[in-house]
Design a protein around this ligand. Structure first.
Ligand code: NAD
Ligand code: ZN
Length: 245
């Protein structure tokens, strides 16, 4: 990778920060073998995620939406965290005030050892009832019952994730905004920065004076705002940063 000075600068800023935040998106899990939404391999049958990950699709055809989630769970369940997830977990050990904000629903950050995680879009391994307060973890692959029913009230269960057109969980969003506005450095890894409101978090961080680093092989709407934009895969970035931590 040649120039290590930029990685040294990032490592120093992280180590000296009172608060550091990492924001991740589907790109960090790509090298674990989980497709991103904005890639051709993200398609299932003839559907786009934007057509299935919605409350309206679930109302019209819960079985179809659950079949798609069953397919995604099948893709995810044997996948392992990669160096990208592990370096994020390591940063948490180094910085006293550290927060990971993720848009991912795959649970790989937790598997890699991260603890201070804000899951903005929920988790695909949890289900919740559409009518009552019932919630449960369900790691079963394949699912025995599609669509699954609530054991408490008999209504439909749905994946405990945030769909297009839905509000984010209030506590998670408020925490994410607070930490974005009060961090000294934010690393944005593997997000297309087009899904709101997550895409606004780096802008908030920057407006409050944070040093902004983007790690993404492609340019995004955020790139021009960043102090440093590294056109690298998450694992390549992790390898370089690891050397100087
Ligand atoms: P996205 O699919 O819109 O974009 C992924 C981004 O990752 C792109 O900008 C791409 O250039 C970049 N990328 C690709 N390979 C990379 C690599 N090896 N290293 C670093 N970056 C890489 O993802 P998003 O912005 O996170 O938003 C999409 C939504 O889809 C989110 O709401 C999320 O909940 C959901 N989603 C989650 C998963 C998951 O949990 N793994 C997978 C697909 C979609
Ligand atoms: Zn119920």
């Amino acid at each position: 990778m040649g120039d290590t000075s930029i990685f040294r600068e990032i490592a120093d800023k992280i180590k000296n920060a009172r608060k550091a935040v990492v924001l991740t998106g589907a790109g960090i899990s790509k090298e674990s073998g989980i497709p991103t939404f904005r890639g051709a391999d993200g398609l299932w049958k003839r559907f786009k995620p934007e057509e299935l990950a919605t409350p309206w699709a679930f109302e019209r055809n819960p079985k179809l939406v659950w079949e798609w989630y069953a397919w995604r769970r099948g893709l995810m369940h044997d996948k392992k965290p990669n160096k990208g997830h592990y370096i994020v977990a390591k940063l948490e050990q180094i910085v006293s005030h550290f927060w990971l904000i993720t848009q991912n629903i795959d649970g790989l950050h937790r598997l890699a050892g991260s603890k201070r995680i804000i899951e903005l879009h929920g988790n695909i391994w949890r289900e919740r009832c559409v009518s009552c307060s019932f919630r449960r973890e369900n790691m079963e692959v394949p699912l025995k019952e599609i669509p699954p029913k609530c054991p408490q009230c008999g209504s439909l269960l749905r994946p405990d994730v945030v769909w297009f057109g839905e509000a984010l969980p209030t506590d998670a969003l408020n925490d994410a905004i607070h930490h974005s506005e009060t961090c000294e450095i934010m690393l944005v890894i593997g997000t297309s920065a087009v899904v709101q409101p997550a895409a606004s978090l780096p802008v908030m961080a920057k407006n409050q004076g944070a040093f902004l680093v983007e790690v993404n092989p492609e340019s995004t709407p955020l790139t021009s705002l960043c102090d440093v934009s590294l056109k690298l895969k998450a694992t390549e970035f992790a390898e370089e940063l690891e050397k100087v931590l």
